[in-house]
Design a protein around this ligand. Structure first.
Ligand code: HEM
Ligand code: HEM
Length: 197
């Protein structure tokens, strides 16, 4: 439901460019704009790839499925690190004109998603750096090989937390998707349309 410009305070109204259909359409208090949506759905697709690879690594070790999926885990995970930094900056810049959270649970759920979206790839990259092995996601030389310069605390931190927090993120994403669908079918407000229509 959209409020009429006559009754909506100026600060809550979409910018003029939002109404003229220019790209990127900014966020407004009733819907996410085009850049927010592009980031959300592109990252959701990347997370599907990264989690499929992690599930294959855990449940189907030494099978053709793992051999096919696992090599994309690190490069796509590194891409997600870049995307989440851009997304966080865009979210903070637009914080005042985004659709309001429907509940405290949804507000804190989104914050927890951001925390884990940052923590999991950061710890993965730290672990990679600590291993002193070269890392070139999509051919971009991000880390050089450093023979004999292994950093144990980084690899241990990764061994301890990366997978655990990764599974916690997967559980949170499952809850997030469930709640989005629940709100569409039974909830007081269809929040999915904010991200799709
Ligand atoms: C947001 C992005 C990422 C998510 C959600 C994620 C998630 C996961 C999960 C759930 C596991 C556990 C799999 C298992 O126990 O078999 C895992 C393992 C692993 N991840 Fe990631 N990961 C991400 C990014 C990265 C990055 C950027 C790197 C390194 C550059 C990385 C390197 C690894 C490695 C080496 C393992 C295997 C650990 C082991 O076998 O003990 N991940 N990841
Ligand atoms: C099929 C998959 C997904 C669906 C249907 C979905 C649905 C939605 C919907 C409807 C909203 C708006 C909620 C509101 O305004 O109250 C939203 C926002 C959000 N979603 Fe998802 N989502 C999906 C996947 C993901 C994934 C994989 C992540 C992160 C790992 C994620 C993170 C977020 C975050 C942080 C927000 C808050 C807005 C923002 O800062 O972008 N979503 N999602």
């Amino acid at each position: 439901m959209r409020s009429s410009p006559a009754t909506t305070p100026a600060s809550a109204r979409p910018a003029p460019s939002a109404q003229s259909g220019s790209w990127p359409r900014p966020d407004s208090t009733t819907r996410y704009g085009s850049l927010s949506r592009t980031l959300h759905w592109t990252m959701a697709a990347c997370f599907a790839v990264v989690f499929s690879a992690a599930l294959a690594h855990y449940f189907l070790p030494d099978t053709p499925v793992e051999a096919f999926l696992w090599p994309v885990h690190k490069p796509v995970g590194a891409l997600l690190m870049l995307l989440v930094v851009l997304r966080l900056a865009w979210t903070l810049a637009n914080a005042r004109r985004r659709p309001p959270s429907v509940s405290a649970a949804s507000r804190w759920g989104h914050r927890a998603l951001y925390f884990l979206m940052i923590a999991v790839p950061t710890i993965g990259l730290l672990r990679q750096y600590g291993s002193a092995r070269a890392f070139s996601p999509f051919g971009v030389p991000l880390m050089d090989e450093r023979p004999g310069e292994r950093i144990d605390w980084m690899t241990q931190l990764g061994g301890l937390l990366h997978g655990e927090l990764g599974w916690a993120l997967l559980a949170l994403v499952a809850g997030h998707i469930t709640m989005a669908l629940w709100h569409r079918r039974r909830g007081p407000q269809d929040v999915l349309s904010r991200m799709t229509d």
